[in-house]
Design a protein around this ligand. Structure first.
Ligand code: SF4
Ligand code: SF4
Length: 167
């Protein structure tokens, strides 16, 4: 399936530009360059080539809040993931932070808190908050995570295509 077909399946054309996604997005609240409503609009109007090289495409944290709130049930987060996948396939340089994430998953089984490539585990503050909310610690066995990272070759792909210095 090519990226246009994938986007069609993800209800891209159901968007009626209400802006709820952008109003809900925690990233858009602090970074005006990032606007999921506009990304959807531009991908639809001008095609994926228009958005794939945008730096702000990578600002999404994949929190899924926009998808929860979208009145049209547009799969916004999955659309962004499909665009990321297409960017990687085309060899477009991606931010350094993803190398850190892959290394953290391989060494700890957790991706959160990996920015900077140190592979750090969840911070004490996050652990406390999760405990208070009765949430489990999302973690898979480190050996399993390492196997996945090694067998997919994701680290090599990311290292070969990531921006030097990153964000
Ligand atoms: S919330 Fe849904 S319908 Fe509204 S702009 Fe965003 S994607 Fe489009
Ligand atoms: S998934 Fe991405 S676009 Fe959607 S609310 Fe979260 S950060 Fe914003």
């Amino acid at each position: 399936m090519n990226v246009e077909e994938a986007l069609k399946k993800l209800d891209l054309n159901m968007c009626y530009q209400c802006g709820t996604c952008t109003g809900t997005c925690p990233v858009a609240r602090v970074e005006s360059a990032f606007n999921p409503r506009r990304l959807i609009d531009e991908a639809r109007l001008y095609g994926v080539d228009h958005v794939l090289n945008k730096e702000e495409l990578w600002f999404c944290t994949e929190c899924f809040m926009c998808m929860e709130k979208c009145p049209q049930k547009v799969k916004i987060t999955e659309i962004i993931l499909a665009l990321w996948e297409e960017a990687v396939k085309r060899g477009i340089k991606i931010p350094q932070k993803f190398v850190g994430l892959a290394k953290a998953v391989a060494s700890t089984g957790i991706s959160t808190g990996a920015y900077g490539g140190k592979g750090t585990a969840l911070s004490g503050m996050i652990l406390k908050k999760r405990e208070k909310l009765g949430l489990p610690i999302p973690k898979i066995k480190q050996e399993v995570a390492k196997d996945i990272v090694e067998s997919t070759g994701v680290l090599e792909i990311l290292e070969g295509k990531s921006k030097e210095g990153g964000e």
